[in-house]
Design a protein around this ligand. Structure first.
Ligand SMILES: NC(=O)c1ccc[n+]([C@@H]2O[C@H](COP(=O)([O-])OP(=O)(O)OC[C@H]3O[C@@H](n4cnc5c(N)ncnc54)[C@H](OP(=O)(O)O)[C@@H]3O)[C@@H](O)[C@H]2O)c1
Length: 316
């Protein structure tokens, strides 16, 4: 479509951005076209996006000039940073700052920044309920994103702040799926307490982002929280059991125990779960599945996602 508006997508070879590129390409008459930004234009994922109809251009979040070039001519831009590649909140904020400056320089009319809450607005550093990490964070991968929100506003970039949720794909890729307990029963041991917890199929994050771009000006300056469902840990375990054909027992772990597990990011995730549980009402209120479904009518439920993905969950 010659007059289609171009959306430049950071993270296009990954989960969130990939979902957005696929949503744009799947809606041929929708008035948008996709440019995939990547450091590795020859990777399999980048080639697949090109074959599907996206323009693929080189850009690196650590090279601001490359971002300005890659955003040239774009109407909109999707911005995501990948904390888990480097585990550095300072680097994540430097990348967000570069994105904000580049978006301003390129004259982006609508940016969508994939963000999360700054947990320190809920739990000040002096609060000893959970340890302070890396000197000035409670949940580093949340705080770095939330602390970066103002960079886009300060730079004068018309931005929608997209509050994402816990991916169901974490059951597949993050080692957070059910495991067989000593008594032989499958157990989902995770610090989710007894309350509700927002979660989502990651492909739906990109589809919701596409819905945000389609709505356009009405969502600029707004915080839009999305979730597929707001389920309790027990409800999620029951749904896994129904899909797997074998009962899954929910075990509410103590966040302090989770923090002690020792894998990279364990303390960050332990604090994250504790923050999500202790402020569940606010955390859920900020993520309305009905609002997500209005942006993305194909929004999946957990049962639908499980039906399509249960074979991918590694279970010993
Ligand atoms: N797991 C969850 O439940 C969850 C929930 C909410 C939010 N998040 C957040 O999601 C973020 C990760 O997003 P994702 O899951 O979509 O990532 P992902 O699937 O791991 O892919 C990472 C993407 O980021 C791109 N990227 C990373 N560093 C880059 C750089 N320096 N320059 C250009 N591109 C770069 C990669 O592109 P190339 O390698 O092709 O260059 C790739 O497309 C994390 O910050 C995490 O905190 C995760």
């Amino acid at each position: 479509m010659a007059d289609a508006r171009l959306i430049a997508v950071v993270g296009a070879t990954g989960a969130q951005g990939g979902g957005l590129v696929r949503a744009i390409l799947a809606d041929a008459g929708g008035g948008f076209k996709a440019r995939a930004l990547t450091r590795k234009v020859d990777s399999d994922n980048a080639r697949a996006l090109a074959a599907a109809g996206a323009e693929v251009v080189a850009a690196d979040l650590d090279d601001e000039a490359s971002l300005v070039r890659a955003l040239d001519g774009a109407h909109g831009a999707y911005f995501v940073t990948n904390f888990w590649e480097h585990f550095s909140p300072d680097k994540e904020q430097a990348q967000a700052a570069a994105l904000a400056r580049a978006a301003k320089a390129a004259g982006i009319a609508h940016a969508v920044w994939s963000t999360l809450e700054d947990s320190r607005n809920f739990i000040p550093l002096a609060d000893e309920r959970m340890p302070t990490l890396m000197g000035r964070y409670k949940v580093p991968h949340f705080d770095a994103k939330g602390e970066s929100d103002h960079l886009f506003t300060d730079a004068g970039v018309p931005t929608t702040f997209l509050l994402t949720s816990f991916y169901w794909e974490n059951l597949i890729f993050f080692g957070l799926g059910p495991k067989r307990a000593a008594d032989g029963v499958l157990e989902w041991a995770i610090p989710l307490g007894a309350g509700r917890f927002p979660s989502i199929a990651v492909e739906d994050i990109g589809r919701c982002a596409y819905g945000v771009f389609k709505r356009g000006a009405e969502l600029i300056g707004q915080r839009v929280g999305i979730a597929g469902e707001l389920l309790t840990g027990a409800e999620m375990a029951a749904a896994m059991g129904a899909a797997l054909g074998e009962p899954v027992r929910y075990q509410a772990l103590d966040p302090a125990l989770f923090r002690s597990f020792g894998f990279p990011g364990a303390e960050d995730l332990g604090n994250m779960f504790q923050f999500n549980v202790e402020f569940a009402d606010a955390f859920c209120a900020a993520r309305d599945p009905a609002r997500a479904r209005a942006l993305n009518p194909a929004l999946q439920t957990f049962a639908q996602w499980l039906a399509a993905n249960k074979a991918r969950i590694p279970i010993a």
